[in-house]
Design a binder for this molecule. Structure first.
Ligand code: TMP
Length: 235
């Protein structure tokens, strides 16, 4: 198959049907825009399985996504979309770059979820932008951004419930949207411990990529624990 694009965690291959794309989940983990890098056995399997499970749950609950089917341990077939270059971040609890930027303690519950946008551009290190930037620069129209916001709010509510049933607090997460050939905006990319902060509800132990970013160890044990919990909670 022809490789169309290789990212830090995934490879995208062309399908015979141009409306579809074949996605392979790699074993690489990166942080700080690729500065820190490590290979983990089973990471591809875990993230493909977790993402597939979550996208199926969201589809069942009325969210339109790019996901078509999981084809094997590390691969899935999805609808071919043009990714909108925005990292759409939602925060329920203060952590990560938000704690750092505003000098706040990690773990403070927010009075309302925060919607944040970054311009997806590795060379610029995904700079934070606001709604006006996104519209004025022509990345999305006002209507498209309003749809993305509403959809993201729904996704946050669904995901909070999904993870809580598995004993996990959804602290924050990043999603991406894509446009189909007929101009429809749908949830794309992945949702996994790479793209969410997940804390154990009782101990607040971190079960996500912060274990890698912060050298906390047991990275894949944490991803496995997430998979074990969500499957036993939802099957
Ligand atoms: P941040 O606190 O570092 O801005 O991260 C917010 C959320 O976005 C967190 O759940 C991790 C996720 N994230 C990504 O998925 N990709 C990225 O490149 C970054 C920086 C964060």
């Amino acid at each position: 198959m022809k490789l169309l694009y290789e990212g830090k965690a995934k490879q995208l291959f062309q399908c015979e049907n141009n409306e579809e794309i074949y996605i392979h989940y790699k074993n690489s983990a990166t942080a700080f825009n690729g500065e820190k890098k490590e290979e983990f056995d089973k990471k591809g399997i875990l993230n493909n399985t977790i993402t597939s499970f979550i996208f199926e749950y969201l589809e069942r609950n009325g969210i339109e996504t790019h996901f078509i089917k999981k084809v094997n341990d590390t691969d899935q077939i999805c609808k071919h979309v043009k990714i909108i270059p925005l990292e759409v971040i939602t925060r329920n609890i203060v952590a990560g770059s938000m704690a750092k930027r505003y000098g706040l303690e990690e773990g403070m519950k927010l009075k309302k979820p925060i919607f944040e946008l970054s311009y997806k551009n590795d060379e610029l290190n995904d700079p934070l932008i606001n709604d006006d930037h996104a519209i004025a620069l022509g990345i999305v129209s006002e209507e498209e951004l309003s749809f993305i916001k509403k959809e993201t709010e729904k996704i946050n509510e669904l995901l909070k419930k999904f993870f809580l049933k598995a004993g996990l607090i959804l602290v924050d997460f990043k999603i991406e949207f894509g446009k189909t050939s007929d101009g429809k905006i749908i949830l794309s990319d992945e949702i996994s411990p790479d793209t969410c902060r997940l804390w154990d509800v009782k101990t607040r132990n971190k079960l996500d990529k912060d274990r890698f970013r912060r050298n906390l160890g047991s990275v894949m044990d944490a991803y496995e624990e997430v998979l074990r919990r969500i499957t036993s909670a939802w099957n």
